[in-house]
Design a protein around this ligand. Structure first.
Ligand SMILES: [Zn+2]
Length: 459
């Protein structure tokens, strides 16, 4: 698994310790006063405990961990050539402390898109995280609970999708929501001074994050793909792992083990022909945060992302296979509870989240994701049915799964039957059932790879 090994190494955060004088210069440049820091946050008080980044030359995801929920605001500052300052995105986090190690160690990137991510105390109540860009770029920011973290997705300006030309035939995306809103600058708002960032909203960067037409039904269809120069890249994401077992069946079968076994089968089957470049977010029993799984797919510029899960319900009779795409809400209580469980948060938290879905990519790719999800679900049920004729299809569904938020490619999440159902749990112990599930995913990905991505402008 050279690809995976490489992926893990690449995910190591690139940090460099700066000397005190150098750091002081940066703090001043960002408008971070050099006042004596207060004592660090008391127990139970939010604290910026880590800053993580996944990056390539056209995409970067930054995750800021605070543990507890915080009030935050993101904005931008234009380059200031007179002071040799690059364009910056900054996030002010109120009522939070910061781990001393982060103050001393900016996350160094320097990949043509980002220079570095640094943080400091702006005042006694505010931690400011500053992302120094190499060039003005589109970005979006959202927060995820459980534990609380703020996610910043930054795109190279050259990667904005071309407004699609084919009509929407499946379903339009919901209304665009982006906070902050770089694409709709307030008229006449002056640039924010670095010395007075509380003066008002910053002027967003000039590059629009979302083409104005993206909200129209026409724009919801898929953008035309450029001629493909690489094998179709597929990221298989076996859910859960390590400390997170996922759902557990009546006799103790763990979701994390089943989906890993299925994922390995898919990789093996899909790799045989040489047509596909297949990767996995995990190939062992390890815990990987949801936002990191998405970041791995984006960083790897994969074409298809398939997250593998096994459903569970308090109703032990619940059964069947379903495949999901991302949406802001769920159509019923069961799907909402499922999404909350998969996201590792209570339902109340899920509903309370100001849910920011990446409309630029999720919207453009939603129709493709819907098509793939239906193809996957039909094929999985058909394959499993050859041995288990009673296998049920619950069909194509939509729910707010964090692991799909911000995915830049066609992305689906499979719930391959119910581990809470004794009969289905027993079936999941049968290798031929796991093969059937894998065969279904492989058939759908193959079909989609040959007839979807490669020629989807014909739809
Ligand atoms: Zn799961």
């Amino acid at each position: 698994m050279e690809g995976e090994a490489g992926e893990r190494v690449d995910l190591t955060f690139l940090r460099r310790q700066l000397g005190a004088a150098f750091l002081a210069a940066f703090l001043c440049a960002a408008g971070l006063p050099l006042t004596a820091p207060p004592a660090d946050a008391a127990p139970g008080v939010p604290r910026v405990s880590d800053i993580r980044a996944w990056t390539n030359e056209i995409y970067t995801r930054v995750a800021i961990d605070t543990g507890e929920e915080v009030s935050w605001q993101a904005s931008t500052l234009r380059a200031d050539p007179a002071r040799a300052l690059p364009p910056r995105i900054f996030i002010d986090i109120r009522g939070a402390g910061i781990r001393d190690g982060i103050l001393r160690k900016p996350v160094e990137v320097r990949n043509g898109l980002l220079r570095q991510v640094r943080a400091g105390r702006f005042d006694r109540d505010t931690v400011r995280v500053v992302i120094d860009l190499e060039r003005e770029s589109t970005y979006r920011v959202f927060a995820l609970p459980g534990p609380f973290r703020i996610i910043v997705d930054i795109d190279g300006a050259g990667e904005i999708p071309v407004p699609p030309t084919s009509p929407d035939t499946v379903a339009p995306p919901g209304p665009v929501a982006a906070v902050p809103s770089p694409e709709n600058p307030p008229q006449g708002t002056p640039p924010v001074s670095t010395s007075n960032p509380s003066a008002g909203p910053a002027v967003p960067f000039a590059t629009p994050s979302i083409p104005p037409s993206v909200e129209s039904p026409r724009a919801a269809a898929s953008p035309p793909s450029p001629a493909r120069k690489h094998r179709v890249r597929v990221m298989i994401d076996p859910g859960h792992g390590g400390k997170d077992p996922g759902a557990i069946g009546p006799t103790g079968l763990k979701e994390k083990d089943v989906v890993l076994a299925i994922g390995r089968r898919i990789r093996e089957k899909l790799s045989r022909s040489g047509e596909f470049d297949v990767r996995m977010t995990r190939d062992e029993d390890v815990f990987i945060p949801l936002e990191e799984r998405t970041a791995m797919a984006n960083k790897g510029a994969v074409d298809i992302f398939v997250s593998l899960h096994i459903n569970a319900s308090r109703n032990r009779k619940a059964e069947g296979f379903s495949t999901y795409v991302l949406s802001r809400g769920a159509s019923n209580r069961e799907d909402l509870e499922l999404a909350a469980r998969e996201n590792g948060v209570p339902v109340g938290k899920l509903q309370g989240v100001k849910f920011i879905i990446d409309d630029m990519f999720t919207g453009a790719r939603k129709n493709e994701s819907l098509r793939l999800a239906k193809t996957v679900n039909d094929a999985v049920v058909r394959h499993v049915s050859t041995r288990y004729p009673e296998a049920q299809s619950l069909g194509l569904k939509q729910a707010p799964f964090y692991v799909l938020v911000g995915a830049r490619m066609t992305a689906v999440l499979v719930e391959a039957s119910f581990i809470s159902n004794a009969r289905e749990e027993s079936r999941l112990r049968d290798p031929s059932c796991l093969d059937g599930i894998a065969d279904g995913v492989v058939e759908a990905v193959r079909y989609y790879g040959q007839n979807g991505i490669l020629a989807h402008s014909d739809f």
